[in-house]
Ligand binder design. Structure first.
Ligand SMILES: Nc1ncnc2c1ncn2[C@@H]1O[C@H](COP(=O)(O)OP(=O)(O)OP(=O)(O)O)[C@@H](O)[C@H]1O
Ligand SMILES: [Mg+2]
Ligand SMILES: [Zn+2]
Length: 363
């Protein structure tokens, strides 16, 4: 009996992508199916970076194709293509940057910078081209965490080159101005400096730019979330009530300006004793999960309060690169994958193709 395309499609439809929860056929991710006798070939183009996922996806797809009687050889070509997705209405994309993801927290000190650094590195580990912008004007820490130093170079006196840390393009306000000087900037001065830094960096073909925002929901944060073309935001919180109250303010702020929240990361969720492994919910249990449910947000994962996370970030080699195959890196990578998948499922950016027409009562 000859192998039919229909039989193959039916078999391949049974394979569900664990990252999206959908199959590859009905989402048209599987393309160019060809059947010649017992020889089968097709392409799969994922919308998110997935180096660590490809082997498993390939074997699932090959097994499904082989389950069709008469199939001898299966050749699958799996690749990732990350596209630019829609941002706030009326805001233009940045040249060379497909998707900007803001990492925010209402409260300071909850681990926003540590999460940003590991998120950036996890996306890069999955094969994406990634940048990290440290916009925390009053407490820049990404140069330290990403292990970069020195002044960014400029060949034309107008634009600057990002520094490279573990393969990620890094720019930080801390690399450009004296901390004492930046501390006295307020409101418009601070936002102007930050926007300048964002727009005058020569980002090289980024799939994702992670922006470590200053903590809080004041004027600076509000102005940036209105003006910077953001695909979405990730909220970092610790489980205690006071951090959750502030995280809610951040959620409200993004809602107001039309930036979708990609999900919530709970940091320092549980303390794991480095002596005996005993676990303790120092800041209370399930706070983040409850909040995610209350606000209908995706709960992206929980990081424990772990000595290794602090030591590795403070020494310029965050956990995702220090122990890439460890359990903690696994959590960061899972968070990163969910962020990338959430972005892939958003509308593509058509702002450059469609004119915007304003309709009012008088027209
Ligand atoms: N999961 C964790 N386990 C242990 N230590 C952590 C964890 N996450 C962050 N830290 C440590 O807690 C401190 C604060 O984290 P971080 O600087 O990332 O927070 P932040 O929200 O960016 O703070 P700020 O508001 O000052 O910018 C750092 O010393 C960091 O190494
Ligand atoms: Mg910080
Ligand atoms: Zn103990």
């Amino acid at each position: 009996m000859p192998v039919t395309e229909q039989a193959l499609t039916d078999a391949l439809k049974q394979v569900v992508d664990p990252n999206t929860g959908k199959d590859f056929v009905s989402t048209k991710v599987l393309r160019n199916l060809s059947v010649q006798g017992g020889e089968v070939a097709f392409d799969v183009e994922l919308g998110y970076p997935a180096k660590s996922q490809i082997a498993a996806l390939r074997s699932a797809l090959v097994a499904a194709a082989r389950s069709v009687p008469g199939v001898d050889n299966v050749s699958v070509n799996i690749s990732s293509k990350i596209t630019a997705h829609a941002v706030q209405r009326g805001v233009q994309l940045l040249p060379g940057v497909k998707n900007i993801v803001a990492v925010a927290s209402g409260k300071g000190g909850v681990g926003k910078s540590t999460t940003s650094a590991n998120l950036a590195l996890a996306l890069a580990a999955e094969g994406a081209s990634v940048g990290l912008l440290d916009a925390d004007i009053y407490g820049p820490s990404q140069a330290m965490m990403m292990g970069v130093n020195g002044r960014p170079e400029s060949s034309d006196g107008k634009t600057m080159e990002p520094l490279l840390g573990h393969g990620v393009q890094v720019m930080s306000i801390g690399l450009l101005v004296d901390q004492d000087q930046a501390m006295i900037w307020r409101g418009p001065m601070a936002t102007q400096a930050l926007e300048q830094m964002l727009r005058q960096t020569n980002w090289q073909e980024l799939d994702y730019l992670i922006v470590d925002l200053p903590p809080g929901t004041g004027d600076i944060q509000l102005t940036l979330s209105q003006r910077v073309p953001m695909t979405g935001a990730v909220i970092v919180t610790t489980p205690q009530d006071i951090a959750l109250i502030d995280a809610k303010k951040a959620i409200k702020m993004f809602e107001k300006v039309g930036v979708p929240i990609l999900g919530l990361v709970e940091n320092m969720a549980v303390h794991v004793c480095s002596n005996c492994g005993h676990q303790e919910h120092i800041f209370g249990a399930h706070g983040g999960q409850k909040m995610a449910a209350e606000y209908k947000l995706d709960y992206l994962g929980a990081l424990p309060l772990a000595m290794a996370i602090r030591e590795q970030a403070d020494s310029g080699t965050p956990t995702v690169v220090a122990e890439p195959d460890g359990e903690l890196a696994g959590i960061y990578k899972s968070v990163a994958r969910q962020v990338a998948v959430a972005i892939a499922q958003k509308n593509k950016d058509f702002s450059s193709k469609f004119p915007t027409i304003k309709v009012s009562k008088d027209t």
